[in-house]
Design a protein around this ligand. Structure first.
Ligand SMILES: [Zn+2]
Length: 272
């Protein structure tokens, strides 16, 4: 993600990758990550304390100042990159200038901290590990390493929009991989093909049969015509549209020459 970036769809924040440039220096198999899903991330240049940002709106749960370490939790349920929706709890570590405090709220896109080498660290990086849900249990595993109860892989948690992956393998996902229906924001359009020169229109209250036709549209003449759909009628076979010549009417939409699109008008508007 970039500084200040936000993403909310359907009233739910997408969990964005906190890093703008991501160079993974140690993965989950690394010697200090045994039995965890933790990764270590540095930025473009070695040794630079790059900032990282709040992947969603979070609250500081707990700090571990000796390690520049903070446990964060989302304020609300968020959307993970695997499409699931739940609280997220995660840990960041090694920030030399960590100044967070329990209860602190950081909004999505605001700076969360800086990479660093405070505590048990060999180079400047951010150690990060993620848990799905609001369980804050921090326990020692069989390798003697601390980790969360419900830890999950980084690539199943964060959307990689606007993150440049410089090093590291993963099944990276982007917000466009998870389609969210947001009825408030989606506009449906009927797009009438330029192949057709005659398309009957009907008054809203009549049965849409030939003898009830009020007139005809001519998509061919205009290189195709697009109409915003106000509503679907006649069990989804017709749509209510606004036309320049006939006012508010309905047209048949179940036809190979009529393509329905969402938020994407294909031709010029027949009216609005
Ligand atoms: Zn680490």
């Amino acid at each position: 993600m970039l500084k200040g970036e936000k993403s909310t769809r359907g009233g739910i924040e997408d969990l964005l990758c906190p890093f703008t440039d991501m160079y993974i220096t140690q993965g989950t198999e690394g010697s200090s990550h045994k039995g965890t899903k933790a990764i270590d991330v540095r930025g473009r240049e070695r040794g630079v304390r790059y900032p990282y940002y709040a992947p969603c709106t979070v609250k500081c749960i707990k700090t571990y100042p000796n390690n520049g370490q903070v446990m964060w939790q989302s304020v609300n349920k968020v959307r993970f990159s695997d499409g699931s929706i739940d609280y997220v709890t995660f840990m960041t570590a090694h920030d030399n200038t960590m100044d967070s405090y329990p209860g602190q709220i950081v909004s999505q896109g605001s700076q969360l901290g800086n990479m660093g080498n405070k505590g048990y660290a060999t180079g400047v990086h951010c150690h990060i590990e993620v848990s799905k849900g609001n369980d804050t249990t921090w326990k020692i595993n069989s390798y003697g390493t601390y980790c969360f109860n419900n830890q999950i892989d980084f690539d199943n948690a964060f959307f990689m929009d606007n993150t440049t992956i410089l090093n590291g393998k993963g099944n990276w996902k982007y917000t466009y991989d998870i389609i969210v229906e947001d009825k408030k924001d989606s506009k449906n359009y009927a797009n009438l093909s330029p192949n057709v020169s005659s398309w009957r229109v009907y008054d809203l209250h009549v049965k849409p049969i030939k003898r009830n036709a009020k007139g005809k549209l001519n998509p061919k003449k205009f290189g195709g015509l697009t109409y915003y759909i106000y509503s679907y009628m006649d069990e989804g076979t017709t749509a209510e549209i606004q036309t320049a010549n006939f006012g508010r009417v309905k047209i048949y939409i179940v036809n190979e020459n009529c393509k329905i699109t969402i938020n994407n008008p294909l031709y010029q508007y027949g009216d609005y």
